[in-house]
Design a protein around this ligand. Structure first.
Ligand code: CDP
Length: 222
C-alpha cells in the first residue's frame, strides 16, 4: 500500500512522511534524494543538463540505492553531499529532463513494489504512484517555507540570507511547476493541507487518521 505526499520545497513533506511511515510501520521513500543524487552524479561527470547520448550512457551506468534511509551513489554514501545549496540550485534543471525522469521512474516503481511505503516528491500521486491509497498535497506560504529552509541552512553552519533562500525556493518552485514532464501539481483526489500554521506532528496525526480510515474502509469492503 502506498501513501503519497507531494508539494513544493519547504512545505514539510519529508518530516511528515517520516513520522507517518514510522507510526504506520511503513518504509519512507525520499524521491527528492534520488533527483539530488542524479544531479550530483551528472555534475561530477561534467554532463550538462541537456539530453544527450553522453547523458544516456552515464544514466545507464549509475548505481543508486537506499540503505537505512541513507542514499548511496556507486557505493558511496552521498546523503550529506546532496543537501548542499549548490545541488539545490542545479537539481531542477536536471529533474525537468525526460531522460532523467524515465530512469528514476523505473527505480521508484521498483522500490514501491517492495512493500508498504510513504513516498514524498513532486509527481508521486500524479505519475509515479497513481494507484496510491491516499494522496496528500502539502503546501505552505512561501515566506514560511523560506524561513524553515533558512533555519535548516543556519543549523548546518552555512551562511545565506533569508531573502536569498526565498528567491531560490521561488525559482525552484517555478521550474518544478512549469516544466512539461511531470510538473508539480495537486493530484486528482488528493487531500490538500496547508502547513503554514501547523506543526509537523499535527499534520502527521491528520495524515495517519486519514490513512487509517482508508485502510479500514478497504478492509470493510472485502
Ligand atoms: O526538500 P525539498 O522539497 O527542497 O526538495 P526535494 O524533495 O529534495 O527535491 C529536490 C528537487 O528534485 C525538486 O526541486 C525537484 O526539482 C526534483 N524532484 C522532482 O522533480 N520530482 C520528485 N518526485 C522529487 C523531486
Amino acid at each position: 500500500m502506498i501513501i503519497t505526499i507531494d508539494g513544493p520545497a519547504g512545505a514539510g513533506k519529508s518530516t511528515v512522511a517520516k513520522k507517518v511511515a514510522h507510526t504506520l510501520g511503513y518504509e519512507y521513500l525520499d524521491t527528492g534524494a534520488l533527483y539530488r543524487a542524479i544531479a550530483l552524479y551528472l555534475r561530477d561527470k561534467k554532463v550538462p543538463p541537456v539530453e544527450s547520448d553522453e547523458m544516456r550512457t552515464a544514466l545507464s551506468n549509475v548505481d543508486i540505492h537506499f540503505e537505512k534511509e541513507r542514499i548511496y551513489l556507486d557505493g558511496r554514501d552521498v546523503s550529506a553531499e546532496i543537501r548542499t545549496v549548490e545541488i539545490e540550485t542545479i537539481v531542477s534543471s536536471y529533474a525537468k529532463l525526460s531522460m532523467v525522469r524515465e530512469k528514476l521512474l523505473e527505480i521508484q516503481r521498483k522500490l514501491g513494489s517492495l512493500g508498504n511505503i510513504v513516498a514524498d516528491g513532486r509527481d508521486m500521486g500524479t505519475v509515479v504512484f497513481p494507484e496510491a491509497i491516499l494522496k496528500i498535497y502539502l503546501n505552505a506560504e512561501l515566506k514560511e517555507r523560506a524561513k524553515r529552509r533558512w533555519n535548516d541552512i543556519k543549523a548546518s553552519g552555512r551562511d545565506l540570507s533569508l531573502e536569498e533562500v526565498e528567491v531560490q525556493l521561488k525559482k525552484r518552485d517555478e521550474e518544478d511547476s512549469k516544466r512539461k514532464h511531470s510538473p508539480l501539481r495537486v493530484p486528482d483526489g488528493a487531500f490538500v493541507i496547508d502547513s503554514t500554521d501547523l506543526t509537523a506532528d499535527q499534520i502527521a496525526e491528520r495524515v495517519v487518521e486519514l490513512a487509517e480510515n482508508v485502510i479500514k474502509s478497504r478492509g470493510d469492503c472485502r
